[in-house]
Design a protein around this ligand. Sequence first.
Ligand SMILES: [Zn+2]
Length: 277
Amino acid sequence: MPELPEVETIRLQLAPRVTGERIRAVRVTRTRAIRAHASAGEFRALLLHRTILDIRRRGKALLLLLNGDCSLLVRLGMSGQLVLADADAPVTPHTHVMLELSDGRELRYIDPRTFGQMAVVAGHDPAAMKELAHYGPEPLGDAFTTEHLVGVMAGKGTSVEAVLMDQTKVVGIGKIYADESCFLAGIDPRRAARSLSYDEVIRLRAAVRDVLTRAIACRGTSGHDSAYRDAHGELGNFQCHLNVYQRAGQPCRVCGTLVEYRPFQGRRIHFCPHCQR
Ligand SMILES: [Zn+2]
């Protein structure tokens, strides 16, 4: 599933290439991908002839800011891709929405599992959008302070992993970067969130920021299913740098103990039983 680094990679790649482009045609081949709208016709009418002013990211969501004070909200779900393609490039299976731009290229939304979706929403400010207003701070932003993380870890009867993945506490982290952050911090992700010491919270915050920053620099992680592709349709590169995620049964890069992959609270988590306490 695309998480913050994958979505940020797509934003960084698309922003200079589509800003200023006008949407001159809209094709929808699967209405489930635009299910917030009554019909493909409604979706098309809201987008047609709009100009893309900028692209923002909030958590795992992309926002294409459009003139007319509206935005195209793109959620990639489990397997979504947003790819900029030449008009004559072959259309890959599971391409559900195509936006033809004024320069002739197409912005294509591809999603085999169709858990993601596109929706036109009012305004440009994510904090004012009901779809995103409940989101917690950006982990790479100034609001993600040690004090914030202490606050959301304290008093919760849940695990460290669950807090990291709770988008109301901090956005953009899913199972890849929750597992990796806990490894870097030396913390067992199954521990009760409120059991963390202040020093452990400091380590965890630093680990989150470090792993997300490095993953963006590597254009994100394409896991074993290769579902994630960047805006050029290419695989990411951070899978080569993962310490525990999808490394079950392989030796820990630090201590050599085999990485474990265990069911936990309805998910499965990866960790080193020696390095993480
Ligand atoms: Zn280890």
